[in-house]
Structure formats: structure tokens, C-alpha cells
Write a protein that binds this ligand. Structure first.
Ligand code: ATP
Ligand code: MG
Length: 786
């Protein structure tokens, strides 16, 4: 109806409208941050459905993160209601998982395959490299894994890699790569890069499969196109098809949007070539530019434009806004990272208190994940509600990975990496030697590790002592019992409980004296909660549509594992208090800049603006990497709608030692008239000890504590200052020989020597396998006395 038509186009500018209504030839929308690219994409989908009679099942929309996919799905269902469900809106990875589950048989895999993440990949590469006698000192597994990943992003298969290899490293990589692929197949697993590469292979090797999907998906839309790598680009081409294809299926309509200045995934093989040569790749393509920014104030936009303008070899864009100058950018120079976090927390508290913002309006960005901790600690101490986006960290914890490995083995018994991970966890008398016997048997018989284990249980493995064989038989029996439970239709959370119970995993942690084990129990409890919530959500989900094969049954173990595996950087782990009392004003969001891409917040704190932090240390002498860091800064700045804060710390602890960092060079690139210096100098006490920055910078903090407006404001309103496990940064830790401590980096240790007082207090601590370390006891010591 014309009425709806008008609605869909009413709040768009002419260029946006053109992009939404364009039909036929491939379309590229290039434009700077906040110019409505994502809005165009979303609106275009709505327009296709409402005005062009397109069926939702004909639409494939690809976003960069799961969070963005969820947002887009939501925006589209707001516009068109439940019909949105039949669309495929997902990340490249999720889309490929879905395709591969449907078509696994074609590739000679089974559809209950596991998905290996970076850590699993590294483990498998380590095993392979060891078996191939690759010298781990010369070629560490981590490096080999990077090379293999690069090959996959370029769609280079092991044979091509071997043919192209021109030096020892490349030959070794090719060798490891080939064997690694063979083992993945045996384990019925795909790694992350495989998901893309093997889907391309599926399409290229099986034209009828490709044709099936080309007939189905008549509209392909891609957000953040600047961050596609070669494999993803090829996948898009395969999906869209060409007019010369034999089957006579017309190519699908393609619409991609992006901004070369926001390309921040070069380290994963992303290349802006895909945007820059779009017109060459798709000869009759149309390009539309958007120039009005609707997100930010002129001040924020000017800062962003000034920074990105320093990058060489870019196309200049004219981005303008009519939303006025707004507030200046608040800048704060902190003594150290704790002071910086205190400033951020205090400022947020003041803004909320004055009614200028809700917690949910605020985002705090940092360059690398490990920077979140200091913020979390002060937020907890001051009682500010927050959430850390970036679920990876939770799912990277050892106990969580162990528990998930059990679940993965139950879902895919061939999963070698998971199987070997849990073989002797908790300890059940299956030692390294026994494991090696089984592995050798598997190699010799060319069977999977799982099959070899069964042979071992039946006493058919040579050189395996009877005790080990018995232990293995017990293990196999344990797994069979658990698999039975899964097959009986038990809920994921109950299966997980059974795993923790029957294996004795939880009991072992509960009985341990190690205080870290207590928090491990908490994390496992949290995982059970995640599983329960998952089941509840699944119960509310619509039943599967007919053509939904490839999607695991909602609520099933497979669905749960898939969700967890695909937790990309941008997925959030529910924190216990997320849906607590503070619901009305929401929570502050903490995340890395990479994760923030595509998002927007009224108030943004961009922290750690130090050379060596942001830009990252690695980029300092490298022009190409520095350009990428600058794009990252551009992304960070342009997330802010109304207010932006930039901060840096003069000293920041790295590996347990305070380091002095110079101001980020990006500061100088922002025109000074845009800045409002909240504090330009370090506090006087910090300055007096500045000559020896390794000495307790926070000694000064203590004398200043009462005057610090942010801190004082909070204290005066009587906010709770609950003690928590963590930093003791204003008073020196008092340690004596024999005391036990827990250090964040080094773990548990025993004090073997202590000397000095106050700011000069030091201790030498024996951290066992991590060695003996001498530490200052004041300032940024991430350590508690037990
Ligand atoms: P990024 O490059 O950061 O991904 P983007 O180009 O995708 O940004 P959007 O997120 O689509 O930009 O839009 C930025 C903001 O501007 C959003 O809040 C969006 O709703 C708003 N917006 C976009 N176009 C218009 C318009 N024509 N009128 C009013 N608001 C608009
Ligand atoms: Mg966008």
C-alpha cells in the first residue's frame, strides 16, 4: 500500500532513499560512520518485503557480529513483524554453520560436527606439530596456527600451500596444515576459518548445491563490507552467482555497505580491496555515497575527521552534520589506571546523578580485553551496574572449557581435541603414556582417537598396561552413560549437572583448599545458569519452520554448543545482576573498540590513550599497523552521539610492573579547541615520584583521595565501598615471610623475603612454576594476601 511505502521512506534522505529502492544491479553504499548505512540495509529489507513482494525466505543478510545480527533482526521485526523469522540474518560464521549442517554429508562429514575455536585449533596444531617433529622453539604452534589461518582466509588448500612453499617455514606450515586438516576431518570438526573455506568449497565443487541456494536467496545484503576477507568475498560471489552460470539462474540482487576508514580486521585477512574494487568485481554495479552524519555532534565528528585525515592513501569524504557543536571532548590525564577508572566511574556517577544520563547510555571502551578488570573492580566497589561485552573471556576459563569439552564429546563423540582434553580431567589414572599409546594405535590403524579408546577399553591396544586399560574402560562407560542421558532428551543444564556430578569434577573443586577453585565452582554454576536460561529461551521460540534443517532443534545440546561456539567478540555473557534491580536505568557497557563497531552510545569514554596501548605497542614502528590503529580510533570516536571523553594514565601496570606510557599520538591529531582538559597534569604527589615511576605512584593518591571530586562525591553520598577480592592499591600490602598470596598473573605464591616499609616495601615471592619474583607492595599490585 502506498501509505506504508511512504512510511518506509519518509525519514530517509534522498541518497538513502535511492539505496533503499534501487533494484537490479549490484549496489555498493560507501559512507563514513553514522551516515545511516545500517539503517539503509535494514530499511531495504523492509522495503523488499513490503513493496517488492519478496518472501522473507529469499533474504540473506550478513552482519559482522552476532550482536549486530540480533539487532538487525529486531529492527526488521519491528518493521514487518513475525514474518522476519524466515529470513537468514546472521554472521558469516553462523550462516556457514547452518549451511554445513544441512550439507555435511556432501562433504563427507557428519552433521553433528564440532566447531573448533582458536584455543582448540592451537591444541590440535600442537598435537600435529609434535607428531611431525616440528621444533616448537623455531615454529611455535601459535605461529603455525596463524599461518594456517592465513592460508584459509586466502582459500589456499594444503596442496596449493605445499606447491607455493619456498622456504623451510612455509614447507613446515604446509606439512602441518595438511595433517591438521586430516585430523579435523577425523574428529568431525571444522575450525572457524574452515566454516567459510569449506562452504566455498561446497559451492564450487557441487554446482547443484550452489544452484539450490542461489534459487532460494534472491537478495544478499552485507553490512560492514570493508571487513570481509578474500574467502568471505568469494563466498558472497558464489552465493550471488553470475549471469553466465550454466543453470540459467539469474544472479541474486546484491547490496553491500561499508566504510574503508572503519576496516579494523586486517589481522584476520580483511581487505578494503573488496570495497575499492567492487565495481571491477561486479561490472554493472551502482555506487551510492552518503554524506550526512546523523549520529554525532559536530565536535565529535570534527575530532574523528581530523584523526582519520592523517591516514595516507585514503579517499577523503565530506561528512557533515546539522546537529550542532555539543559539548567539548572531556580529557583526563590520570596518575595510573586505577585513577583513570576512578575518574570514569565518578563521571558516570555524576552524570546519572544529575539526571543527564542513564547507565545504559554510557559505554567505556578500551583497546584490549585485559584492561576491563580495573574498571570492573571500581564499578563493583562503587556499586555501579555494568556489563562486560565480550563473552570470550568467560568461555575461555579453564573449568568452563573443561565442562564444555564434555558436552562436545557427548554431542560429537569423534571430537578428538575435546576428548583428549577431558581424558584425564579430573584425574582418573589415564596418564600421558596411556594417552600416547592410544594415539599411536589410532595413527597406526588410521582410526579416530575415539575408536582407539574403545579398542583400549577392550584391551586391544598394544603396550597399554592393564591398569590404564581399566581406567579407560571406566571412562568410556562414563561417557556412554552420559550419552544415554542426552539421548533420553534431558535438558542441557541437567546434562551439565550430571557431567559435573558423575565425573567428580565439582566435588574435587569443592574439596580443594585453593581459593581459586572456589571461584571455579562459581563459574560452573554460572554456566549451568546460562544453560537453564538457554532452555527457557528455547521454550519461547517458535517451532522450526519446514525448511529449517541446518538449525539444531531449539533447546538441544547441539543448539547450545552452537550458540556457545559462535559467541564472537560481540556477544555478551549475562552477568548475574544484569536483570537485577537497576533495570530501569540499565547498565554501563564495557567493551573493546573492536567489539563496538557498528554500535552507538550517547556517552562514550575512550580510555588508555597512550602510545603503546592505543595505538598498540605492536603498531608503533609499523606504518600499516599504525594506519589500522588510527581507523580503530576513528571507530571509537564515532560511536559517541553526544559526549566523548578521552583519557590516559601516566603509569599502567603491565605484567605486574608499573610502566610509564607517553600520551597517545592521536591526542595531538585532535584539534585542541575541541578539547576540555579536565586534568592535564598528574597529581602533584604522583609527579614528585615521577622520576622513579616504578615507585608507588598511588602513594600520592592517598593524600589526594579526599579532594578528588569524583571520589569525594561518591563517598559523600554514602555509596557502599564493599571490600572485594582484588587490588589493595592505596595501602601497602603487609607481608611476612611465609605468607601466602594470590597474584593475578603469577597465581599462588609464598613470600620468601620481605623488606622496606610504606612506599618502599618489597617482597620476593615464590610462585612455584612461574618462578620467583620481586614485587613492590604498593601501587598497582594485582595481588591479595590469603
Ligand atoms: P557505522 O559506520 O558506524 O556502522 P552507519 O553508517 O551504519 O554507521 P547507522 O547506524 O545506520 O549508521 O545510523 C547512525 C544513526 O543515525 C542511527 O541512530 C540512525 O538511526 C540515524 N539515522 C540514519 N539515517 C537517518 C535519517 N535519515 N534521519 C534520522 N536519523 C538517521
Ligand atoms: Mg553500521
Amino acid at each position: 500500500a502506498p501509505g506504508r511505502h511512504a512510511d518506509l521512506l519518509a525519514d530517509l534522505n534522498p541518497a538513502q532513499r535511492e539505496a533503499v529502492t534501487h533494484a537490479g544491479a549490484p549496489l555498493l553504499v560507501v559512507a563514513g560512520a553514522g551516515s545511516g548505512k545500517t539503517r539503509v540495509l535494514t530499511r531495504r529489507i523492509a522495503y523488499l518485503l513490503a513493496e517488492r513482494g519478496v518472501h522473507p525466505g529469499e533474504i540473506m543478510a550478513i552482519t559482522f557480529t552476532n550482536k549486530a545480527a540480533a539487532e538487525m533482526r529486531e529492527r526488521v521485526s519491528d518493521l514487518v513483524g513475525r514474518r522476519a523469522n524466515a529470513m537468514w540474518v546472521s554472521t558469516f560464521h553462523s550462516m556457514c554453520v547452518r549451511l554445513l549442517r544441512r550439507e555435511a554429508k556432501t562433504l563427507d562429514m557428519s552433521s553433528n560436527f564440532s566447531i573448533y575455536d582458536a584455543d582448540d585449533t592451537r591444541r590440535l596444531v600442537t598435537l600435529v606439530a609434535r607428531d611431525l617433529d616440528v621444533d616448537p622453539k623455531r615454529y611455535p604452534a601459535r605461529a603455525l596456527a596463524v599461518h594456517i589461518s592465513n592460508h584459509k582466509n586466502e582459500l589456499t588448500d594444503p596442496e596449493d600451500a605445499a606447491a607455493k612453499a619456498s622456504n623451510d617455514l612455509e614447507r613446515r606450515v604446509a606439512e602441518v596444515y595438511a595433517e591438521y586438516q586430516r585430523r579435523l576431518r577425523l574428529a568431525n570438526a571444522f575450525d572457524f576459518d574452515d566454516l567459510i573455506m569449506r562452504t566455498v568449497e561446497l559451492f564450487q565443487a557441487f554446482p547443484d548445491v550452489a544452484e539450490h541456494y542461489r534459487r532460494r536467496f534472491r537478495h544478499v545484503l552485507v553490512d560492514e563490507y570493508q571487513d570481509t576477507n578474500h574467502a568471505q568475498y568469494t563466498l558472497v560471489r558464489e552465493l550471488v552467482g553470475t549471469s553466465t552460470s550454466e543453470s540459467g539462474v539469474e544472479p541474486a540482487e546484491l547490496c553491500v555497505v561499508g566504510d574503508a576508514d572503519q576496516s579494523i580486521y586486517a589481522f584476520r585477512g580483511a581487505t578494503i580491496r573488496n570495497i575499492e574494487e567492487f565495481e571491477r568485481d561486479f561490472p554493472d554495479a551502482r555506487t551510492i555515497l552518503l554524506e550526512q552524519n546523523y549520529r554525532s555532534t559536530q565536535t565529535i565528528l570534527s575530532a574523528a575527521n581530523a584523526v582519520i585525515a592523517r591516514n595516507p592513501n585514503r579517499r577523503d569524504k565530506r561528512l557533515w552534520t546539522d546537529s550542532g557543536d555539543g559539548e567539548k571532548i572531556g580529557v583526563y590525564v590520570a596518575d595510573n589506571e586505577h585513577d583513570e577508572a576512578a575518574f570514569v566511574a565518578g563521571e558516570i556517577d555524576a552524570l546519572v546523578d544529575q539526571g543527564q544520563a542513564k547507565y545504559s547510555d554510557v559505554a567505556v571502551f578500551y583497546r584490549t580485553n585485559n584492561q576491563s578488570r580495573v574498571f570492573e573492580e571500581i564499578f563493583i566497589r562503587l556499586g555501579l551496574p555494568y556489563r562486560v561485552v565480550g563473552g570470550v573471556r568467560f568461555y575461555e576459563r579453564r573449568e568452563v572449557r573443561d565442562a564444555l569439552a564434555y558436552l562436545r564429546v557427548l554431542a560429537n563423540p569423534e571430537d578428538t581435541v575435546s576428548l583428549r582434553r577431558i581424558l584425564n580431567v579430573p584425574k582418573r589414572g589415564i596418564g600421558d603414556r596411556a594417552e600416547a599409546c592410544v594415539a599411536t594405535h589410532a595413527e597406526r590403524e588410521r582410526i579416530s582417537f575415539a575408536a582407539a579408546l574403545r579398542d583400549a577399553a577392550a584391551g586391544r591396544v598394544a603396550l597399554l598396561n592393564p591398569r590404564s586399560a581399566k581406567a579407560i574402560a571406566g571412562f568410556v562407560e562414563l561417557l556412554d552413560g552420559l550419552i544415554e542421558l542426552v539421548d533420553s532428551g534431558a535438558e542441557v543444564a541437567d546434562v551439565l549437572e550430571a557431567v559435573l556430578e558423575r565425573t567428580g569434577y565439582r566435588a574435587e573443586l569443592e574439596e580443594s583448599d585453593d581459593p581459586q577453585d572456589a571461584s571455579r565452582v562459581d563459574n560452573l554454576t554460572e554456566l549451568v545458569t546460562v544453560a537453564r536460561e538457554f532452555t527457557e529461551q528455547a521454550a519461547e521460540m517458535a517451532p522450526l519452520a519446514e525448511d529449517d534443517d541446518g538449525v539444531p532443534e531449539p533447546g538441544s545440546l547441539a543448539a547450545f554448543l552452537e550458540r556457545v561456539s559462535l559467541v564472537a567478540d560481540a556477544d555478551s555473557v549475562p552477568t548475574p545482576d544484569e536483570d537485577g534491580e537497576e533495570e530501569d536505568s540499565g547498565v554501563v557497557t564495557l567493551m573493546t573498540v573492536h567489539t563496538a563497531k557498528g554500535l552507538e552510545y550517547p556517552i562514550v569514554f575512550c580510555t588508555g590513550w597512550e602510545d603503546g596501548v592505543f595505538p598498540h605497542l605492536r603498531a608503533l614502528g609499523e606504518p600499516a599497523e599504525l594506519a589500522e590503529e588510527r581507523r580503530l580510533a576513528y571507530v571509537a570516536i564515532t560511536r559517541a552521539r553526544q559526549r566523548l571523553y578521552l583519557s590516559r594514565a601516566i603509569t599502567r601496570s603491565a605484567w605486574g610492573q608499573p610502566m610509564t606510557n607517553p600520551a597517545s599520538r592521536f591526542f595531538d591529531e585532535v584539534p585542541s579547541e575541541l578539547l576540555d582538559w579536565r586534568r592535564e597534569e598528574p597529581s602533584s604527589a604522583a609527579e614528585s615520584s615521577f622520576g622513579s615511576p616504578r615507585a608507588a605512584t598511588t602513594w600520592g593518591r592517598r593524600s589526594r583521595f579526599g579532594e578528588d571530586s569524583a571520589q569525594a562525591g561518591i563517598a559523600a553520598r554514602g555509596m557502599r565501598s564493599t571490600p572485594f577480592k582484588g587490588w589493595q592499591n592505596t595501602v601497602a600490602l603487609k607481608l611476612e615471610v611465609g605468607d601466602r598470596v594470590n597474584h593475578d598473573k603469577y597465581g599462588l605464591g609464598t613470600v620468601v623475603e620481605a623488606s622496606g616499609e610504606g612506599p618502599r616495601a618489597t617482597a620476593t615471592i615464590d610462585f612455584g612454576s612461574a618462578g620467583k619474583v620481586k614485587l613492590m607492595l604498593i601501587g598497582s599490585v594485582p595481588m591479595v594476601k590469603l
